[in-house]
Design a protein around this ligand. Structure first.
Ligand code: NAP
Length: 231
């Protein structure tokens, strides 16, 4: 079987942010068994004090990345924050809860983009993935509900798309993408996944990395299986 991430150079260096999460930890495990992988830098709030609500903290972690890296995975995110889950309808919208969703799902990853994307190797193919969600698609929204989470992921997609365009100027071989992992059995989805088909974090990590490896265009919003998702 073809080794994962064959499009990256031998000894490629990776950073996984949100390494304590269901999907983040499964991605770390995949990388750890990859014989071509070089250093794997795993960052999490629990173990490393990586707090994505504080720019100074993100800046300090990014500043330690030397030499440059070839793969960045931002696997952070939240659906329930301070025990407040997604809204069923507009009536439940709460400004503080909505702001919290934007801070974790949009502003944090945007700051990660700001400080970590410049750390990608300019001389070779590199990949930066931001875990988004299909429910962040505006065109695909036919159900309503989950307003804050949807809006925060739609905004994340815009951040990723904008960053990808800027990166072309300095890092012409970089692929910067938003990816929907599918419904994955993790603490985030557990309260909401009943009745939906779901995959294990291990399976999700494999398909995410396979799809990332095959991406030939930057600035896309794709699903785990490589299909494009409308914005
Ligand atoms: N699971 C699914 O079915 C599904 C579906 C669609 C999209 N997604 C997206 O996939 C990504 C990963 O989800 P998951 O299912 O793996 O969730 P998870 O198991 O809950 O992991 C979330 C990760 O985000 C980190 N995090 C949250 N808030 C943070 C903060 N303020 N500072 C630093 N780290 C923070 C968590 O760190 P701690 O461990 O310290 O809390 C954890 O590492 C998310 O963006 C999610 O929206 C998941």
């Amino acid at each position: 079987m073809k080794e994962q991430l064959s499009s990256l150079p031998d000894g490629f260096r990776s950073v996984v942010i949100g390494a304590s999460g269901g999907i983040g930890s499964a991605i770390c495990e995949q990388l750890e068994t990859n014989s071509r992988a070089g250093d794997i830098i795993e960052l999490s709030r629990k173990r490393d004090g990586f707090e994505l609500l504080e720019e100074s903290n993100i800046r300090a972690h990014a500043a330690r990345l030397e030499p440059s890296v070839h793969l960045i995975v931002c696997a952070t995110g939240a659906l329930t924050i301070n025990n407040i889950g997604p809204e069923k309808s507009l009536r439940q919208l709460d400004p503080d809860a909505m702001l919290s969703q934007f801070r974790v799902n949009t502003i944090g990853p945007a700051l990660i983009a700001k400080h970590f994307l410049p750390r990608l190797d300019r001389r070779t193919r590199t990949i930066a993935l931001f875990l988004s969600a299909r429910v962040g698609s505006i065109g695909d929204n036919r159900l309503g509900g989950w307003m804050s989470y949807r809006a925060s992921k739609a905004a994340l997609n815009q951040v990723v798309r904008t960053a990808s365009i800027e990166m072309v100027r300095t890092h012409p071989s970089a692929i910067v993408a938003s990816i929907h992992p599918g419904t994955v059995r993790t603490p985030l989805s557990e309260p909401y996944s009943r009745g939906h088909s779901s995959v294990s974090p291990d399976e999700a990590a494999r398909t995410i990395l396979r799809t990332a490896n095959d991406l030939t265009q930057t600035g896309l919003f794709v699903a785990y299986d490589g299909t494009f998702i409308e914005w």
